[in-house]
Ligand binder design. Sequence first.
Ligand SMILES: [Mg+2]
Length: 388
Amino acid sequence: MELVDKHIIHMDQDAFFVSVEILKDSSLAGKPVIIGGMSDRGVVASCSYEARKFGIHSAMPSRMARQLCPHAVFVKGSMEDYSKKSNEITQLLQEKVPVIEKASIDEHYIDMTGMDKFFGCMKFAQELRKSVLNEIGLPISFGLSINKTVSKMVTNECKPNGEKEVAKLNVQPFLNPLSIKKIPGLGNATFIKLSEMGVRKIHTLTQIPHDLMFKILGQNGLSLWQKANGIDNSPVIPYREQKSIGKQTTFDSDSMDISGMKIILTDMITKLAFELRQKQRLTACITVTIRYANFETVTQQAKIPYTSLDTVLILKAKELFDKLYSKRMLLRLVGVKLSHLVCGYEQVGLYGPSEKIYNLYQSMDKMRSRYGVDAIKLATVLPSKLRH
Ligand SMILES: [Mg+2]
């Protein structure tokens, strides 16, 4: 089978959180702005390009950021505002393109394959970029190339306020001189391992036989080798087809123990939220389902600001449950589903008012991945006889 050349656009907002804040307060423009961590114990969720020049980056303790740049402006940040703008951008793009994937709160992939016969892809992408700039008012960059990985790397090279096309013949010349650090998905440990072998540039990585990469780094090694060689067959997954995660519990005997059910709901969400953070995902939609003893099934759904935190999700789920449970009838099942998933993690820093809470989540998650998801529970989830 002959492979069709693909045309994939990767669009990425520039310093998204900061740009939304500038839209609200233009006096922030051009300043080193830090989002999150207002208190000394906080963490940086995001920062402006001006702040990055001082070595500040997300997940850095605010105390350190303040030392690096004492005149930086700290802004509390609002996931609600960012989610709202994010949805506006998705909607605007969705109206104009055939296949679009929302990859994170501020990133989209667009598959233009097939359309290229009717439009020049570059011209089309430029017009999309202009419309986000003019209609939403937020700066955006894009890369256009043959697959998702290369397009994303092109965007990363031309941000901020950039646009660039790398055609098929130019892919390898574009990739070769870049540091292997620029390959999406190449973590710090892998970088150190490869550096010690003398592999620092992508070109050097392409020279390694792929079975040797497999021997050294397993499946991940193979995938990195492919990316270094400009190979990525992953499809652009339309927004509406993106997966959700969920759980449900059927009771041994039909029950009317409402507080018991809320504990089960809390427990399910704790596990799902952990799964989200493990996969570095955020959700923007929560659905609660209950089934009465007579099999009547009812569902409530709510759009929420992007999150992966149990506390936020549990509160909303209980609210939905209370709305749902209107008949004084026995229940046989309760379920919860998280959908509209996108990539993201550092936003945790926006919710946790302190570095302590941020670190608490990180160490709880470490315990869970080592000892299993049940290793740590909120006190409210423990069976009552275990509570004092
Ligand atoms: Mg971005």
